[in-house]
Design a protein around this ligand. Structure first.
Ligand SMILES: Cc1cc2nc3c(=O)[nH]c(=O)nc-3n(C[C@H](O)[C@H](O)[C@H](O)COP(=O)(O)OP(=O)(O)OC[C@H]3O[C@@H](n4cnc5c(N)ncnc54)[C@H](O)[C@@H]3O)c2cc1C
Length: 400
């Protein structure tokens, strides 16, 4: 997606764009795609090389799927082999509940993110992998973006920069901290395993195990591999290391002999990899000509599996504000985006914060899972409240 000519120009600082989007996850790609289709000159860059894998459960819920449908990407998603996940088996101690998961698909992140970046390129956006953004500085007519590519430093110029770099975000000059991290926040862990000899997680099922010190989701992706993603307390990780911490959580269900779960045998195909603290909020959703979106704007533990939905919704909703900032002074657009982001994403994240507190009470969790095992219909209000059966407010509502 990048030519040698482009590369040379970037090193001499000749390349100017309306918008540079940093980070080609769901948030950055959704922003870049929406802008490119509206005729805006966009350059989407990511420090990773393809195929790029990241810690994620890889489950797309109804809200995310609805947005991908609106972006016209549903056929591509199905073509890429995304697997329907109609069932979630929830485990806590010896309790089990099998719940219906309406409208959910699983897909590996390396395939999903490549598909999204491909759509940006098809819409006329420039897309470059292997380009790390090292800093962003305001200049007279926009922002200077310092990049490193193949070990060489270069510069891009943009009127507006979108920070879609995921947990942690970009640090701007003069900003001491861009984020507030929730005290006691768990960290994410993930790995992908070959699955030939693993019979504990059939295709079409998401297995969620909740233990005292965290929870683990296991799902089979379109390539038949097993995606293992967990949120764990830092103490458990420090004591046991990633594989040990996840095994400990799985063993809290009683172990394989009594119908519990375990990690697949052998070395992972990808991972183990970790994330920074998960629950965090950006202090400034937009500042000057830099707009944050997706996890870079804030995130809450992943139990409800909505992160990609929030990221896609944010990306689509951000596009009109970025266009406004490209066309004139960015202050009004920045204030507008800060308000819109609260309406679109932060409101939904409040419910997930409450749930994250509840998940730290093992006796309550076991009792709830026991009750759901007897009467799965009781899960309905929770599914509604966490967006499983309802929509993220439509992005068009957020237009300035
Ligand atoms: C354990 C776990 C399980 C999860 N399970 C699910 C799930 O099942 N379903 C769901 O919807 N969500 C899930 N999530 C959440 C989901 O993964 C995120 O919310 C989502 O990926 C956020 O998208 P994003 O585009 O904001 O960021 P990301 O997907 O993190 O993308 C950010 C991109 O920015 C790039 N980048 C970072 N810094 C730079 C830089 N300086 N220069 C250039 N590029 C840079 C990175 O390489 C990366 O590609 C889970 C999260 C965790 C931790």
């Amino acid at each position: 997606m990048t030519s040698n000519d482009d590369l040379g120009k970037r090193r001499t600082g000749l390349v100017r764009h309306d918008v540079v989007v940093v980070g080609a996850g769901p948030a950055g790609s959704a922003t870049a795609l929406t802008l490119s289709r509206a005729g805006v000159d966009v350059h989407l860059v990511d420090r990773a090389e393809l195929p790029r894998w990241k810690v994620c459960g890889g489950c797309l819920g109804p809200a995310a799927l609805e947005l991908l449908g609106e972006l016209g990407l549903m056929a591509d998603l199905i073509g890429a082999g995304a697997v329907p996940i109609p069932v979630m088996e929830l485990r806590a101690g010896s309790r089990r509940a099998r719940l219906r998961l309406p409208g959910s698909l699983s897909i590996s992140r390396y395939r999903l993110d490549a598909l999204l970046a491909g759509a940006v390129a098809k819409a006329g956006g420039e897309v470059s992998f292997g380009v790390r953004v090292e800093g962003v500085t305001p200049v007279d007519d926009g922002m200077e973006v310092r990049i490193r590519e193949d070990g060489v430093v270069g510069r891009l110029h943009a009127r507006v920069v979108v920070d879609a770099t995921g947990l942690g975000g970009l640090h701007l000059p003069g900003e001491r901290s861009t984020e507030e991290v929730a005290s006691g926040s768990r960290v994410g862990l993930g790995a992908v395993f070959p699955s030939a000899a693993y019979h504990m997680c059939p295709s079409g099922e998401l297995q969620m195990t909740v233990g005292r010190d965290g929870y683990v989701g296991i799902v089979r992706t379109e390539d038949g591999l097993l995606d293992v993603a967990a949120a764990v307390d830092r103490d458990l990780l420090a004591r046991m290391g990633p594989g040990g911490a996840v095994s400990e959580l799985l063993a809290s269900t009683g172990g394989p002999r009594s119908g519990g779960n375990r990690l697949p045998d052998g070395e992972p195909s990808f991972g183990w990899r970790g994330t920074p603290a998960l629950t965090r909020r950006s202090i400034r959703t937009a500042e000057g000509a830099v707009f944050r979106v997706g996890d870079a704007a804030g995130y809450v533990e992943p139990f409800t599996g909505e992160g990609m939905g929030w990221a896609l919704a944010g990306g689509v909703a951000l596009a009109p504000f970025v266009r406004q900032a490209v066309a004139g002074p960015s202050d009004r657009a920045a204030a507008g985006w800060t308000q819109a982001y609260r309406r679109i994403v932060e409101r939904r994240q409040r419910m997930c914060r409450l749930l994250a507190h509840g998940l730290r009470r093992p006796a309550v969790v076991r009792a709830v899972v026991g009750a759901l095992g007897v009467a799965p219909v009781l899960a309905r209000p929770l599914m509604d409240a966490t967006g499983r059966d309802s929509r993220v407010p439509l992005p068009t509502l957020a237009a300035p």
